[in-house]
Design a protein around this ligand. Structure first.
Ligand code: AMP
Ligand code: MG
Length: 413
C-alpha cells in the first residue's frame, strides 16, 4: 500500500498547469496569475497630499504655536482630481484635500486640525511643519518597470485592486480546472427528495462540489449514478468529456456493488493506486486517461472530504498554476487524551484554537469516517502516525489548517 506521500507524488506527477487565458480583472478572483504584473509608471504618479489641510513651505511655519500662530495667505483651494495652476510661495498656503497633487513650491502639508481651517484670507497655523510632512511622494508605492505581482500568485481582492490601480483591465491567468463530480450509490436521494426506506441523502455530491469551488476550480455536477455498470459507464464517460478531472464518490470498497475501478478500466484509464495507508480514506483510487485525472474517492462522507483535501486539492492547485499547493501546517497541543487503533496514519478532525500558550487542538467528536458532523465542526486535520495508540493531553501534533474560525484569536508571530 502506498503512503500518503507516495500517493500524492503520483498524483502530482500527472497534474500540469493549464494553459493561460486572458480575463477581465473582475472575473479573476480565485484564479492564479500567469504573467508578471509590471508597473507602467510610478505610483503615485505625482506627489499628493495624504491629508486634508494646507500645502505650504515648511519654513513659513517655523516657530508657530497656538498662542503665536503663523498667519499664511490662502491662495486657493483644490480637491482630489484638480491641479493648482501656480506656485505656493513663502508665507502662502493652498487649501488642499486628500489625494490632490501637491502644488509647485510647497514641501509640506499642514493638517487642517492644526489650523483655524480658513478657506480664504489668512489661515492661522498652530504648529511648525517639517519638509515632507503628509506628502505621499511620487513612486512611494511602486516604481515604473517594477514587477509588483509574480506568476503563480493566487488572486485575492487586494490583487484585483492592484491590477486596477496599475491600469490593467484584463490579465493573464491560468484557466480554472473543470471538475466533474459524480456520486454513486443506489441508496442516495438528493436533499429535498423523498427518502424511501433504506435511503440516505447524497451529501458527498455537495461537499465535493463545494471543495472544488473553494480550491479555485469549477465543479460540473453530474448528480447520482445508481450502482449499475451501464449507468456508471455513461456518466463517467460524460464526466471525462466535460471536465479535466472526474471525481466519483463511493463504489471503491470491497462490496458487491463497487464497480468504479472496473469502469475506469473499461474507459481505458490506467489505475495508479487503489489503496493508501491512511484513515479515513484508505480505498482512494487514482487513475489517468490521457490528460484526464480520475479520482475514485471513498463513499463515507468524511473519507471523501479528507481524500479530496490530501490528493485532489493539491492536484487542482497545480493545474490552476499555483506556486504553492498545500494548506498551511502548524503544530498544536492536544487539549485532551487521544486514543486510536494502531495500524494506519490517521487524520483527526479537530478544532484548532489559539490561546496565550499557543495553538491547541480538540478532536471534534466521533472519528468514524461516516460521521460528517465531526468534519463540520472541525477547522483542521491533525496527523497521528500509524503505530500510535494513545496520546496524553499536551502531546504536540502536526496539523493541517483547513481554515480558521472567526472566534479564534491568532497570536502575533
Ligand atoms: P460505498 O463505498 O459506496 O460502499 O460507500 C460507503 C459508505 O458511504 C456507505 O455507507 C454509503 O451509503 C456512504 N455514501 C456513499 N456515497 C455517499 C454520498 N454521496 N453521500 C453520503 N453518503 C454516501
Ligand atoms: Mg456505494
Amino acid at each position: 500500500m502506498l503512503t500518503v506521500e507516495e500517493a500524492l507524488q503520483t498524483v502530482l506527477g500527472h497534474a500540469a498547469a493549464l494553459a493561460p487565458v486572458v480575463l477581465p480583472i473582475a472575473e479573476t478572483l480565485g484564479c492564479v496569475l500567469a504573467e508578471p504584473i509590471v508597473a507602467p509608471g510610478d505610483l503615485p504618479a505625482w506627489p499628493n497630499s495624504a491629508m486634508d489641510g494646507y500645502a505650504v513651505q515648511a519654513a513659513s511655519t517655523a516657530g508657530a504655536t497656538r498662542q503665536t500662530p503663523a498667519a499664511l495667505e490662502v491662495v486657493g483651494q483644490i480637491g482630489a482630481g484638480q491641479m493648482f495652476q501656480g506656485t505656493v510661495g513663502g508665507g502662502q498656503a493652498l487649501k488642499i484635500m486628500t489625494g490632490a497633487p501637491v502644488p509647485d513650491g510647497a514641501d509640506a502639508i499642514v493638517i487642517v486640525e492644526e489650523t483655524d481651517g480658513a478657506a480664504s484670507g489668512r489661515v492661522a497655523v498652530y504648529r511648525p511643519a517639517a519638509p515632507g510632512d503628509h506628502i505621499r511622494p511620487r513612486g512611494e508605492e511602486v516604481r515604473a518597470g517594477e514587477t509588483v505581482l509574480s506568476p503563480g500568485r493566487p488572486i485575492r481582492p487586494a490583487e484585483i485592486g492592484m491590477f486596477a490601480t496599475l491600469g490593467y483591465a484584463r490579465v493573464r491567468v491560468h484557466a480554472r480546472p473543470r471538475v466533474a463530480v459524480l456520486a454513486t450509490g443506489d441508496e442516495l436521494a438528493g436533499p429535498g427528495e423523498p427518502l424511501r426506506p433504506g435511503q440516505i441523502r447524497n451529501s458527498n455530491g455537495f461537499s465535493l462540489a463545494a471543495q472544488v469551488a473553494s480550491a479555485g476550480a469549477v465543479a460540473v455536477p453530474l448528480g447520482v449514478a445508481r450502482d449499475d455498470r451501464g449507468e456508471l459507464l455513461q456518466k463517467m464517460r460524460q464526466g471525462l468529456l466535460e471536465a479535466q478531472v472526474l471525481l466519483t464518490s463511493g463504489g471503491v470498497s470491497m462490496g458487491e456493488f463497487d464497480f468504479v475501478a472496473g469502469i475506469m478500466r473499461e474507459l481505458e484509464a490506467t489505475i495508479h493506486f487503489d489503496r493508501v495507508a491512511m484513515a479515513p480514506g484508505k480505498p482512494t483510487t487514482f487513475a489517468t486517461a490521457g490528460d484526464r485525472l480520475l479520482f475514485g474517492l471513498p463513499g463515507n462522507p468524511v473519507s471523501t472530504m479528507v481524500s479530496f483535501e490530501l490528493f485532489v486539492r493539491p492536484a487542482l492547485r497545480k493545474m490552476a498554476g499555483a506556486a504553492r499547493l498545500f494548506r498551511p501546517r502548524i503544530e498544536a497541543a492536544l487539549s485532551t487524551d487521544f486514543k486510536k487503533r494502531p495500524g494506519r496514519r490517521t487524520y483527526v478532525r479537530c478544532l484548532v484554537t489559539a490561546g496565550p500558550g499557543g495553538y491547541s487542538l480538540t478532536p471534534t467528536g466521533t472519528q468514524s469516517s461516516g460521521v460528517l458532523r465531526s468534519m463540520a465542526l472541525a477547522n483542521a486535520l491533525a496527523i497521528v502516525e500509524a503505530p500510535v495508540e494513545r496520546l496524553p493531553a499536551g502531546s504536540r501534533l502536526p496539523v493541517i489548517l483547513l481554515d480558521f474560525p472567526e472566534d479564534a484569536v491568532v497570536p502575533e508571530a
